[in-house]
Ligand binder design. Structure first.
Ligand code: MN
Length: 278
């Protein structure tokens, strides 16, 4: 099942180029803050309701982040070998900031206030400084996870989305540079685990103005999705609606006002978003 959030905060079941407004079915779960915990149980009611609702065109709605207000956004710093190599080779990327394998430096947090959806736009806050795109598989937590093992980790996932971890390059702390307003994009919808399948085998790619920049597969993650959930939940209790950004592969590069970013992940779809001046 693909579930989007659109317009003034409505929820839609997505199929192909269409969606069906299923907000009435989800309203009690949304009101009690249990939407992501209840998604599997609600799936039959969602599809029933959609069968009786009028179809709308995806192109005619404003897509919001499928998660409105995550409690936290946990992100992996350097989690693909080829990206680690490119970062170490370029001082314009690393700026002397500690760059080591993820097992040594751990994860970091992005401010939830940085989050936008695809109908919004990335506002470059410091256009005179290098700012990069990073496409990442995003994982939405569906069940509280505290010290879970990797074997049990995927039981705690509500679904998957495309994530952009927009990054101001420079010497400051990661969380500071990556938490600027509009510098986290999640969308275009959430795909539930039964439809998404194996998070360890999904192509992810990104182009800017039609020019390919990033193209990789999640099988090359240093810490897989289950290992990341295990690792993150060793430090924090992951709550339903929390987002885990799994790290970006090689091919990161600068963006500028006027650019159009197009990011794609297998079995999720394509997310387009524009870049604007401050
Ligand atoms: Mn990243």
């Amino acid at each position: 099942m693909k579930l989007c959030r659109f317009n003034d905060g409505r929820y839609g079941l997505v199929q192909g180029e269409q969606l069906w407004d299923v907000s009435p079915v989800l309203a009690p779960a949304v009101a009690s803050g249990a939407l992501f915990t209840e998604l599997v149980r609600l799936t039959p009611a969602i599809t029933d309701h959609a069968a009786r609702a009028p179809a709308q065109l995806l192109s005619a709605v404003h897509l919001l982040s499928p998660v409105p207000r995550p409690g936290k956004i946990v992100a992996a710093p350097v989690n693909y070998i080829n990206h680690l190599i490119e970062v170490k080779q370029s001082s314009e990327i690393h700026h002397g900031v500690q760059i080591e394998e993820i097992q040594r430096i751990g994860l970091f947090l992005k401010a939830p206030s940085s989050l936008i959806g695809p109908a919004d736009q990335i506002n470059l806050r410091f256009p005179d400084r290098r700012t990069d795109h990073e496409v990442e598989l995003a994982v939405v937590i569906g069940k509280r996870a505290n010290r879970v093992t990797r074997e049990k980790a995927l039981d705690h996932v509500a679904g998957y989305s495309i994530g952009l971890d927009i990054t101001l390059r420079g010497p400051e702390e990661r969380s500071f540079r990556k938490s600027i307003d509009t510098y986290t994009v999640i969308g275009p919808w959430i795909v539930t685990p039964e439809e998404f399948g194996d998070p360890g085998d999904a192509n992810l790619s990104l182009s800017v103005n039609g020019q390919p920049r990033q193209d990789a597969n999640t099988r090359d993650l240093i810490l897989s999705v289950p290992a990341l959930i295990e690792y993150a939940s060793t430090f924090y209790t992951l709550e339903p609606g929390d987002i885990l950004l799994t790290g970006t592969p090689e091919g990161v590069g600068p963006i500028a006002p006027g650019d159009m970013i197009s990011a794609a992940i297998d079995r999720i779809g394509i997310m387009n978003i524009g870049v604007a001046a401050p």
